[in-house]
Design a protein around this ligand. Structure first.
Ligand code: COA
Ligand code: AMP
Length: 644
């Protein structure tokens, strides 16, 4: 089929208001917006500012009103427990209303914040939608984060209620969530009124009733038995739907705020046009609800579009084997799978010839979408060969909430170029500029920026931090949003995303801040200075690598210090930081003004060509770093700089 991409992109370019106004008509509005974009509101303008709607209504009630209440809405499959459950749209409404009733009884009102710290269980999705129904603002915290990260989010969001579970299940171990939650609540300056705990059979948690703990399932059952009806709150399109904290350049995470109206319009548009799925079909984003992929494509996108979404508790490998994905695709007739390239690298490592793939009927699968990190062409080609469907790399960020660049299956596929997530999606005018903000030639590396306004569905600001949003994302290139990704466009306009321009790394598709890890390493009493960089990893794409300079006169065993620092990062940030590689060095390479040369260290570690920085204080230190890295099995064969 001939791709309609160029025609549709042009439609958007010529008249963005008509484009998004038409897209908005697919959704239900209590009061339809009279104006599509208002440049005078918000930090850079607001979408559908005078419209009134409710996201939960559009995810559930709308489909039921259309006679689709019996259709599959949520498929839960736990490879950890063997539990399999299918909820129809009618079932979902019952569950969501019951959770909403529980929250309401606890005094949760429109605009209140609710933190959700849960494993991959359906109750997490019900809780998100219950918040949306009431107009409360949810903030989901990924289960792999430690107590301190949770406490930071409690303080910043000032959440009234926390919904959590007794435990999560990781391969080979039960992760007790409750002690982490208790520690976080004790640490936080702003305490929630109540913590609702879903007790799981694998581990029951001790509830601290005197601190306001309550049994989630019990309260929900009471409301279900009563059949409590909770109507949808009437929300301004611009009211916040959720806050999702994401790594910034420091330990203080940024609370990305998403609204109700623009978000639902954009995500609904993407399901048909980018992913090419129709209502009723099963769509599976194999991610976690704690990440943006989970928010957009486990919860909101598929449910807005009337798809069946899959909530999968397990891993691509080891639960029990590398056929987990194939089993789920076959069992539930999944039409489109979305995951991170790491998942496929892990499967390929365990089953290089794809023997397990051939044991399953994957004939229903139409496409595989990859995002979250650079998709290496080798993995991509491997997946294409085995699955015999288009494997589509697409590029986006927590901040944008949906793809900036993609190959839109729904509009008809464009020619593929390995290493490129293809072309910008309607809504995004991308440019590549040098550090002074001047456009660079095709094929030249630069900063990828997006011309303002950002399309509907992107962040509207950071929570209670408009100034930080401006300073981080808008001020450096006036009139543009800075993606903090470096890359280029070729002569056909294809986008190539090469690296972050800040200290964010992507480890196993998880977004991490090396700055935050440095802050933790520096807390260790024996550490004088430190640097954390991301180094290439065959499985996880990148992993963090720490360099510690110890204080003078420290005589303790280096191996012990390293172990303590590793434990500290795990304890402060969480296991998801995957911080294990640490080297003790005499000194760190710096510029004459004292800036640590992290970029050069990273190039040396990855065995990439590098140039001796003109401003370096002492070039000999880079040789020392190269030698230590080679001792640890990093750095390519050529430690010497290329000619400047
Ligand atoms: N709760 C508690 N702990 C968690 C967790 C969660 N939700 N998620 C991860 N962790 C822990 C892991 O158990 C691991 O702990 P360990 O150090 O004790 O082994 C640690 O955090 C690091 O996790 P991860 O980096 O994911 O490594 P892994 O070896 O457990 O798994 C993969 C590797 C590739 C299988 C896994 O990362 C994966 O499935 N990735 C798919 C990509 C993905 O989901 N990306 C999300 C964005 S699209
Ligand atoms: P997150 O906010 O966790 O989604 O991470 C966003 C970052 O991941 C982006 O800024 C990129 O650096 C990286 N990323 C996401 N998708 C891709 C992709 N398809 N290709 C290259 N990098 C990507």
């Amino acid at each position: 089929m001939q791709s309609r991409y160029h025609e549709v992109y042009q439609e958007w370019q010529q008249d963005p208001d008509t484009f998004w106004g038409e897209a908005a008509k697919a959704l239900h509005w209590f009061k339809p917006p009279t104006r599509v974009f208002d440049p005078d509101q918000g930090v850079y303008g607001r979408w559908f500012a005078d419209g009134e709607t409710n996201t939960c209504y559009n995810c559930l009630d709308r489909h039921i009103a259309d006679g689709r209440g019996g259709d599959r809405a949520l498929i839960f499959d736990s490879a950890m427990t063997g539990d399999q459950r299918i909820y129809s749209y009618d079932d979902m409404l019952t569950e969501v209303q019951a959770v909403a009733a529980v929250l309401k009884n606890l005094g949760v009102e429109k605009g209140d914040r609710v933190i959700i710290y849960m494993p991959m269980v359906p109750e997490a999705v019900f809780s998100m939608l219950a918040c949306a129904r009431l107009g409360a603002i949810h903030s989901v915290v990924f289960g792999g984060f430690a107590a301190h990260e949770l406490a930071t989010r409690l303080d910043d969001s000032q959440a009234k209620v926390v919904i959590s579970a007794s435990c999560g299940l990781e391969p080979g171990r039960v992760v007790p969530y409750k002690p982490l939650l208790d520690q976080a609540v004790d640490m936080a300056r702003v305490k929630p009124d109540c913590c609702l705990i879903l007790q799981r059979d694998q581990l029951h948690a001790a509830l601290r009733y005197e601190h306001g703990d309550a049994d989630f399932a019990h309260l929900v059952e009471v409301e279900k038995a009563k059949g409590t009806v909770v109507p949808c709150a009437v929300m301004a399109a611009t009211d916040p739907l959720y806050i999702l904290y994401t790594s910034g350049t420091t330990g203080q995470p940024k609370g990305v705020v998403r609204d109700n109206g623009g978000h639902m319009v954009a995500l609904n548009w993407t399901m048909a046009n980018i992913y090419g799925v129709s209502p009723g079909e099963a769509f599976w984003a194999a991610s976690d609800i704690g990440w943006v992929v989970g928010h957009s494509y486990i919860v909101y996108g598929p449910l807005l579009a009337g798809n069946a979404t899959v909530v999968f508790e397990g891993k691509p490998v080891g639960t029990p084997d590398s056929a987990a994905f194939w089993r789920v695709i076959e069992d539930y007739d999944v039409k489109v799978l979305f995951t991170a390239p790491t998942a496929f690298r892990a499967i390929r490592r365990d089953d290089p010839d794809g023997d397990l793939v051939y044991r399953h009927d994957l004939s229903g699968l139409r496409a595989l979408f990859l995002a979250g990190e650079r998709a290496d062409p080798e993995t991509l080609k491997w997946a294409e060969r085995l699955l015999k469907v288009p494997v589509i790399d697409h590029w986006w960020q927590t901040e944008t909430g949906w793809a900036i660049a993609a190959n839109p299956a729904g509009l008809g596929l464009l020619p593929f170029k390995y290493g490129s997530p293809t072309l910008p999606m309607p809504g995004y005018a991308i440019e590549v500029v040098d550090d002074a903000g001047h456009p660079v030639e095709a094929g030249t590396l630069g900063n990828i920026v997006i011309r303002l306004p950002l399309p509907p569905g992107c962040l509207v600001s950071f929570w209670n931090a408009d100034q930080r949003f401006r300073a981080t994302c808008l001020d450096e290139f006036p009139g543009y949003y800075k993606t903090a990704d470096a890359g280029m466009r070729d002569e056909d306009g294809y986008v190539f995303v090469m690296a972050r321009t800040d200290d964010i790394i992507n480890c196993a598709g998880h977004r991490l801040s090396t700055g935050a890890m440095e802050e933790v390493c520096a807390m260790h009493p024996d550490v004088a200075e430190c640097a954390v960089i991301g180094v290439m990893d065959a499985l996880k794409g990148q992993i963090p690598c720490g360099f510690l300079v110890l204080k003078n006169r420290v005589t303790r065993d280096n191996a012990l210090i390293i172990r303590e620092v590793v434990d500290l990062v795990r304890q402060e940030i969480g296991p998801v930081a995957a911080f294990r590689t640490v080297m003790i060095v005499e000194r760190l390479p710096k510029t004459r003004s004292g800036k640590i040369l992290r970029g050069t260290m990273q190039k040396i570690a990855d065995g990439m060509p590098w140039k001796m920085p003109a401003t370096i204080d002492d070039p000999a230190i880079l040789d020392e770093i190269g030698a230590i890295l080679r001792n640890h099995g990093y750095a390519g064969p050529s430690p010497t700089p290329s000619a400047a």
